[in-house]
Design a protein around this ligand. Structure first.
Ligand SMILES: [Cu+2]
Length: 156
């Protein structure tokens, strides 16, 4: 019986904490603290290996929210500053250290109103940690594909 009594008493103590304890007020964060975002300090411009094209991206919303769908606006420019010719874009993201990619399949289409701009729909980085964003540029119909890789760290 002694054990049962002790457990009952402990149960009452726990219940008392839940029922009557006043929650501690959480302290105000110092300055602007970004939580649950990805790539807050990420590089957003890269030149592909051949040097022929520069890609830059912007997320919508900005910064990228953790585990929520977002879009990317990707601008492709020729290295000489000229608008890119006939190029197509693919986008993907993965966590190489975990051996997995995204759970969503992004959809890319050119922005008809802005030459060289692509809209990537349906990206989602579903867990905290180190992600890679891959932007693959293909020149012409069957030209070479060149990849630009960006580091995105997701914090909770
Ligand atoms: Cu992972």
């Amino acid at each position: 019986m002694r054990t049962l009594t002790v457990w009952l008493a402990w149960g009452l103590v726990l219940a008392g904490c839940d029922g009557t304890g006043m929650p501690e007020p959480s302290p105000e964060p110092e300055g602007e603290v970004l939580t649950s975002v990805c790539g807050a300090d990420a590089e957003k411009t890269a030149t592909v290996m051949s040097g022929a094209y520069t890609l830059s991206w912007q997320s919508e919303p900005d910064p990228i929210p953790l585990n929520e769908q977002f879009d990317l606006l990707v601008d492709v420019q020729g290295a000489d500053g000229a608008a890119a010719g006939t190029v197509s874009l693919d986008a993907d993201a993965a966590m190489p250290q975990h051996g997995h990619g995204m759970n969503t399949l992004p959809y890319v289409e050119p922005d008809e109103a802005t030459p060289g701009r692509f809209v990537v729909d349906g990206m989602q980085l579903h867990m905290p940690g180190d992600w890679k964003l891959y932007l693959d540029l293909t020149v012409g119909d069957d030209g070479p594909t060149e990849r630009a890789t960006f580091d995105l760290t997701c914090v909770e």
